[in-house]
Design a protein around this ligand. Structure first.
Ligand code: ADP
Length: 259
């Protein structure tokens, strides 16, 4: 069964139709790379998945359960949205770390806030906090930052900050990890270290949706590639189909510019 099913997603900002009926599905452990020129609607689609935007039409299902249905707004209580958002981890272009917290605290904070909402938190506080620290440390070690736990964002390079952001997203154990151009704010020499971490996650069968302009990387890690233009999916297939044998003229033109 598909872990993620996106059906007929549309999004309008006033009269501007940004998404015009997006359909795709993703199996557990698969990586979907989304490519396309700037302005084609990729970020908006990721934001719809994460409830940062509300689609004007369509259905989103996770693990067979409908978590969003534009025709049934009752699903959209604040509590429901917060719960549903947890299916998706987000890693943004610009890291978005909290500058006032260390790398470790950035990673553990969201889970700490969740733990505090549990009624038995006070009686278990010490163990819960120790467990969170342990998980956070292990995640930072897994992205190669075991020696930077107590560093603040401004003491880290862009690539290191982005790796903290990845660890932070993983901490909440999302079903689907989403990346919005994770390397486009980085100097070229820092891109490799972030792509290596994402490649490692793919090797460990992490389900991911990645918006990227790194075509070589998309070709290597993706199971499915989705080429978007002007709010529609122009072409959707395996990396081989899209990169080696594109059927559509628009895909060919795009690839000529980016490959
Ligand atoms: P991409 O990620 O492919 O560059 P985006 O999803 O960022 O594309 O943008 C698609 C289109 O939607 C653009 O024309 C952009 O200006 C428009 N857009 C995005 N967000 C908003 C918004 N909040 N209000 C109005 N227009 C928006």
């Amino acid at each position: 069964m598909a872990i993620l099913e996106v059906k007929g997603i549309e999004k309008k900002f006033d009269n501007l139709e940004v998404l015009k009926g997006i359909d795709f599905s993703l199996e557990k452990g698969e990586v979907l790379a989304m490519i396309g020129v700037s302005g084609s609607g990729k970020t908006t689609l990721l934001r719809c998945l994460n409830f940062l935007e509300q689609p004007t039409a369509g259905v989103i299902q996770v693990g067979g359960k409908t978590i969003f249905d534009a025709s049934n707004p009752n699903l959209l209580s604040e509590k429901e949205i917060r719960k549903n958002r947890q299916h998706f981890g987000m890693v943004f272009q610009s890291f978005n770390l909290f500058p006032q917290y260390t790398a470790l605290r950035n990673v553990t904070l969201a889970k700490e806030l969740q733990a505090k909402e549990q009624s038995d938190f006070k009686s278990n506080k010490k163990q819960v906090m120790e467990q969170l620290q342990k998980e956070g440390r292990e995640l930072l070690e897994s992205v190669g930052l075991g020696d930077k736990l107590d560093y603040y964002p401004h003491q880290l390079s862009g690539g290191q900050q982005q790796r903290v952001a990845i660890a932070r997203a993983l901490m909440l154990q999302p079903d689907i990890l989403c990346f919005d151009e994770p390397t486009s704010a980085l100097d070229p020499e820092l891109t490799g270290e972030v792509l290596r971490v994402i490649r490692g996650l793919a090797d460990r069968n992490t389900t991911m949706v990645i918006v990227t302009h790194e075509m070589k990387f998309a070709r290597e890690v993706a199971d499915q590639v989705l080429f978007m233009d002007k709010g529609v999916i122009v072409e959707h297939g395996t990396p081989e189909e899209i990169f080696e044998h594109p059927k559509e003229e628009r895909t060919r033109q795009f690839l000529e510019r980016y490959l």
